[in-house]
Write a protein that binds this ligand. Sequence first.
Ligand code: NAD
Ligand code: UGA
Length: 313
Amino acid sequence: MRCVVTGAAGFIGSHLGEHLLEHGHDVVGIDCLTDYYEPRIKEANLGPLQGHPRFTLHREDLLTAPLPDLFAGADTVYHLAGQPGVRPSWGAHFADYAVRNVLATQRVLEAARSVELGKLVYASSSSVYGNAETYPTVETLRPQPVSPYGVTKLAGEHLCELYRMGFGVPTASLRLFTVYGPRQRPDMAFSRLVSAAVHGTRFELYGEGTQTRDFTFVADVVRAMSDVARSDFTGVANIGGGSRTSMNEVIDIVSGLAGSIEVHRLPTQRGDVRDTAADTRVAFEGFGYVPTVSLTEGLASMVEAERLAGVAA
Ligand code: NAD
Ligand code: UGA
């Protein structure tokens, strides 16, 4: 099958590309390597994909790329490209969030109308919930984002639902809960924490460390994406890791795996939610989703990857 992956050079997109190639698919990647974080990191993410005979990369912006041509003959479009990051989405930065998360998604959906897709999988976000009223949180709870980023991810999701119901585009929006694993974005907590433990640098902790997240290993996420593409499921589903852990607990686990960490405390950041926890029954019933990687296993794989990168450098 032919698959399109937008955001193929990113953290999750590069893992998804590898997974799809391993399972025998042809993969067309689209990514313009934005400078949200260093593009050379994204070049490195592409390393395992480039050179594969069934992978092609179009280094183009979704805002201007000839999407109907790129989508022609595709069975699935995985739409992961976007401006990530909860905390920097305030003020003047919001324009990038509006353009890359809302306008780009609308352009993807317009192009999807012109081709016969089996599925359009959209990487939505737990940030749509804000500080949810109940945990674990179900998809039917009214979303109340507390960051501009969350507002744009919710707008993208609403657009998917609109094109699904209005034009029959078979969209599946997966609300991903804090994804981690090797190649995690450098602005995210675990990549910084593992780097601090392995290299003996300082970790800046926002708040008291009592905030909790339903952390989800990237291999579980890419499997959920490819499974939903092959299922009849359309609509919105949570994808979580199966447990809820505080940052203080995570710091203890990483210290145990890689050595003690110097923690420098900073205030809670604007836009951060207090807690997240996914009710994943919709994903289980819709396409058999069950998370398989425990937090300790997943963190151990990050520590190993960080050590190997240090040896290779
Ligand atoms: P990432 O920044 O590593 O990957 C996103 C990629 O999209 C980047 O390589 C970037 O260059 C590309 N991109 C952005 N705008 C583009 C455009 N207009 N045209 C072409 N390419 C463009 O981020 P990630 O952590 O891999 O996240 C991937 C997606 O999953 C994002 O949409 C994000 O909102 C969503 N998501 C991520 C998490 C998480 O915990 N990482 C959780 C929930 C949702
Ligand atoms: C993550 C991703 O960055 C978003 O792209 C995604 O949409 C979101 O998950 C989601 O689930 O929808 P976040 O939960 O903030 O956002 O993930 P991290 O950056 O890993 O932060 C986790 C916790 O660690 C937060 O409480 C944050 O404040 C804290 N943190 C982060 C630190 O204490 N120090 C840091 O240097 C970074």
